[in-house]
Design a binder for this molecule. Structure first.
Ligand code: ASP
Length: 308
């Protein structure tokens, strides 16, 4: 018998100022989130896998200039766009991840291709770009990744030492991610980002780190995180949610709330996560003012939200 299927996406969490948000901008973000959820949902509806659904949803957000991933990636301290992404299949525990790549149109496709190559899990920088070329993935020139608002964000902070979560510099968005469960009860997770504005020294956040920013296991759940990556790395948050379920017997809701509202808060970390289990329970939890998010479960209406 077919199981209930569902998908959730996020477009970043942080201090999202209502003062800086215009109705036009809000519509653009919500449209982008809806499009991403729809692209994944239609795959699940026709019997496609959770893995394909999360890849499609994240790809859609990477192609939308309003989100900090792919095309809309923030600028590094050197004025470049360097992207991270990862994907994991909860059925096989196979995973693929990529860090610090430039000019690759869709880092999430690269992460999935790395996963399928079965040779490596985590590939970085120039080597990852060579891999992408060998597999004939799509490249874009620097112009494709340029937008005036990202450039202006970077100009405001570039002479400082600080790196900023994208949405905290201005109203713009952070990392993107998706989690899904398909008709067979398989779960998957995918996450993609341009990282933090003004990042330097080859800084890597949680997004491409399996277990920190992304994790999926049919026995527990699929998780995609967003927020101040350094904290998510230290707390190994995505895997922690899975462990809280596996070893402590917590429900999905209990595990997500403990990880974000208690453990993350206790160390002063800001952010959130989305998660789904094999029974199509979904959680979208954050400890800051907002998280761009949308979800759609079989037999229910899709929902799009920004604030609490
Ligand atoms: N987690 C991402 C990073 O630290 C940023 C974000 O989610 O906004 O690179």
């Amino acid at each position: 018998m077919n199981k209930k299927f569902a998908i959730a996406v996020h477009g970043g969490a942080g201090t999202i100022s209502r003062k800086l948000m215009t109705p036009e901008l809000e519509k653009k973000y919500k449209d982008g989130l809806s499009e991403a959820v729809d692209s994944g949902f239609s795959i699940l509806e026709t019997g496609g896998s959770a893995l394909l659904a999360v890849e499609a949803a994240v790809r859609s957000l990477e192609n939308d200039i309003h989100f900090n991933a792919g095309r809309g990636s923030v600028f590094t301290h050197e004025g470049k766009n360097e992207m991270d992404a990862s994907i994991m299949d909860g059925k096989t525990l196979m995973a693929g991840a990529v860090t610090g790549v430039r000019n690759v149109r869709n880092p999430i496709i690269l992460a999935r291709t790395i996963m399928q190559s079965k040779e490596q899990v985590f590939v970085g920088g120039k080597g990852a770009e060579d891999f992408a070329r060998e597999h004939r993935l799509h490249f874009e020139d620097d112009k494709y990744f340029y937008s005036q608002f990202r450039y202006d964000q970077w100009q405001k902070v570039k002479d400082s030492e600080a790196q900023h979560m994208d949405h905290n510099v201005d109203v713009e968005l952070g990392t993107v991610g998706a989690v899904a469960v398909d008709k067979e009860g398989n779960v998957a997770a995918a996450t993609s980002t341009g990282g933090m504005t003004n990042k330097r020294f080859g800084r890597i956040g949680d997004t491409p780190i399996i277990g920190s920013g992304t994790y999926a296991n049919n026995q527990t759940c699929a998780v995609s995180c967003t927020g101040h990556g350094e904290y998510f790395i230290r707390l190994v948050t995505a895997y922690d949610v899975s462990c809280l379920m596996e070893y402590k017997g917590m429900s999905l809701k209990e595990a997500c709330e403990f990880a974000i509202m208690k453990k993350m808060k206790d160390v002063g970390g800001e952010g959130g996560l989305i998660a789904v289990d094999a029974n199509a329970n979904m959680e979208l939890v954050f400890n800051c003012s907002g998280m761009y998010r949308s979800w759609h479960a079989e037999g229910e209406e899709p929902v799009v939200k920004i604030y609490k």
